[in-house]
Structures are given as C-alpha cells and as structure tokens.
Design a protein around this ligand. Sequence first.
Ligand code: ASP
Length: 304
Amino acid sequence: MHGGAGTILKAQMNSEKESLYTNALKEAVLVGEAILLNDGYAVDAVEAVVKQLEDNPLFNAGKGSVFTHEGKNEMDASIMDGRTLKAGAVSSVMHIRNPVTLARAVMEHTEHVFLSGSGAVDFARSMGLKLEPDEYFFVQYRYDQLKKARESDTIVLDHTAIKDIDEKKFGTVGAVALDVYGNLAAATSTGGMTNKKHGRIGDSPIIGAGTYANNNTCAISCTGHGEFFIRSVVAYDISCLMEYKGLSLKAACDYVVKDKLVKLGGEGGLIAIDKEGNIQMPYNTEGMYRASKTNNEDLVIGIY
Ligand code: ASP
C-alpha cells in the first residue's frame, strides 16, 4: 500500500511525525493482511485498506482530502478486480465518506465503470452509503495550504514542497493485493490537488492511468503528478510491458517510473504486485509512504 509520493525529506521529519505515519501504514496493512489470511479476496483487501486510510486525516483521501480553489473537497477513487477485469470509478464526488466503497458499488451494482459529480453522489445515496457534512472534511492545515496556494495562484500537488505551509505532506492512498486464489486487485483514492480548478480530475480514478489489475500480469496503484500519469497511461503500460514484451514486474516498473516518466517530467511513484506475489514500490521523488506484507516476509515500511 502507499500513502503518497513526493518531497518527503528526512531532514524535515521528526520522530513524532514519523511514528504517526508508520503507525498508520502499519495499521492499514494489518487490516488487509487479516482479510487475506482468512482466505478473503484481493478486492476486499484493497478496499478495506484504502477505506482505513480514507478515514485517517493524515492522508489526502476521504476525510483528509485537500481543498479545491472554491474551498470544497472533491474526491476521486477507483478499484479494479484482476479476476474479472471489472472496474469502478468515481470523480469529483463530495460528502462521500469512503469514495473507494462508492467506486466498488459502481463496479458491482451498475452497468457503468465511471460516475462523476452529483450523479455519483445520488447513486451513493441510493445505495445507502455513508455521507458526511462539510465539517467532517475540514482539516485546518489543509485549509491553510489552500490559502497559501490561492495567494500565489498556484495549483499545488499535495506532495510538492511549499515553503512554510507544507510541513505535512500527505498523499493519495492506494493498495494492491494477491489472494490465495491467485486474484489480483488494485484501488486508489485521493482528494487530488490543493487549489485545483475547473473540475480538474487526476489519474487516480482513471482505469489504466492510476489504477489497473489483471490476473495475468499485475496490480498497480499510482501516486504523483496526475497529468503525467494520465498522459503516460502508467498502470496499463506496466501491465502491457509484462504481457506483450515479457518484462518482469521490476523491469517494467523501473522503465516506466525511472525512465519514461522522468523524461516527461512526471514526478511520482507506484505500488505493484504480480501474479507470483513479487512486490515493487518504485518512485522517482524523494520519498513515498509505503508498506507491504507477504505470507513469507515481514512487514516492510518505508518513507524515504
Ligand atoms: N495522483 C494524484 C492526482 O494527481 C495526486 C497524488 O498522487 O498525490 O490527483
């Protein structure tokens, strides 16, 4: 799982902050692990992990989502099941407590893949999903981030260092999993970018860009400068390099994240798992909040 990539510098961390992150990452991984150890499905595990992170104001998703230019919280999320190649996604949704669960409902209870805005929220209501008032999403430092970004008229990626205001760089969240049946799944959720305008949508809810899963290849969840991830069709590109060119997960990830994206100027990273259970968590930024666990490896937690 990941909690966002970006300018995360050890020099700007203190041990208290670091343990806040690492505890949150650890708790989320354990939620997913418990499901998988009980022979649960990969798709259930990724939804549960992302949901847990959406409820944590540390991360830019769900409760901790960043503010738009107008001072709203508009969220994007997606989920994909590698067994069926079914997918669900939502963009620009407000008041939804767990956008990833809404994305899953789109996948399972509609004939569509991608719903947006008020239509998606109406659908959430009809499914009885949890909605929250504006106050639930109000996090003071996020609002301060917006004020600063507005003053300088910049559109700010959550993970980009901004002098004075960006002490807390928390990012988009995502999870990938392989279950005992050999199924792969991926999910991603985000508040997007601080001060985003004009209904901007990033890569996170776009199947093939920010999220992808296919039992024949891999499951991927991305974080970074969404525009570049959309243009590079990052998640699907990695799957294709494995499927059509026979690359290993590592070779495909390294090529896309450390070569192709870098050449284009796209900062970020991703988490990936293949059908054999190999895990890769590459990034081309200073850091990426990340954690992993397999049945034969101890918990891995990383930031820098
Ligand atoms: N990829 C997300 C977006 O562009 C941002 C992030 O990963 O932090 O909306």
